[in-house]
Design a protein around this ligand. Sequence first.
Ligand code: FES
Ligand SMILES: [Fe+2]
Length: 321
Amino acid sequence: MSKKSFLNLKQLFKKKGFKFRDFEVSSIGDYLPDDADWNYKDVHHLNIVHKTVHGVQAVMTDDVMCNINLQKIPILGFEIPMPLIQYDHSKHNAIYLSVLGPYIVLINSIFEKFNETQTNVITKFSIGSKGIFRVLNPIIEHLLKKNNKMLMNDDLPMRNRRGELRKINHLFYKNTERYSFEFSENIERANVFLNEEEKNIINIEKKIILEAKDGDIVGNINGVLSFFVTVDNEGVKSVWPTTCSHEGAKLSNKCLKTNFLLCPWHNRKVNSLLSIKDGNIKIKPTIHYAVKVMNDKIGFKYRNDPKYYENKPFEYLKYDD
Ligand code: FES
Ligand SMILES: [Fe+2]
């Protein structure tokens, strides 16, 4: 497959008489280049997390995606359809092409490691136009910068959340050297895992859970062995994971629907791990967690095996396996 570089593309349009206005934005964040790569390749979040754009997908392969994006125009408020071709030129180097009336928009995002825990994301924009249309280039630049800021306001918390989990020894599985668009489609996987020095089991005092109040956290403070408690109007207490095992979104009672959580990143339905009514503890079998009620403790085991999800159908995890 032939893939043009950002400069190459610009040269091709220049030969056809286009002149370019260039600008760049960059930001350093507490996450790794892989987290930026994941975020850019993550197909599902676009129509869930971002409220200013809706993508209608036409083609998707591992590293190429073609959409028509219904893009809300900042300031002006109306929506316009914009084709968007996105591809990986090389590792941590993504290219986007679009058109807006007589304007060609070329974008190049590069994710560079800034230090051990931080990443610099540099995004170069080039607006190509001819003749009289160049007069409006500053307005197009303003709109693109504004739009980029809005998208980043939604995306940066996702990347930072992964950076936060990495600090407590959580890792993220991908099945190829770089993230792929196709891999992001399977939201039933558990790609979050603990590094091998960490235990995948936590035993919590039964008393702590029985006495927990609505909104309390039990187990670890954060990560896949951290849980939160809800108590409904009928006094039924439920225990839920605080971290979505798919890609690490934070779960809380804000995600609560009638009897499940709706993950804010990709809308996966997450069930409670156990429920308690009048002191009776009922375990809910799940694929990602097993729970065991012991004399004075309740044990939670996380599967911690992202490769397991290569093989369907998934089975409930057993605590003693
Ligand atoms: S992080 Fe993807 S569904 Fe929760
Ligand atoms: Fe995004």
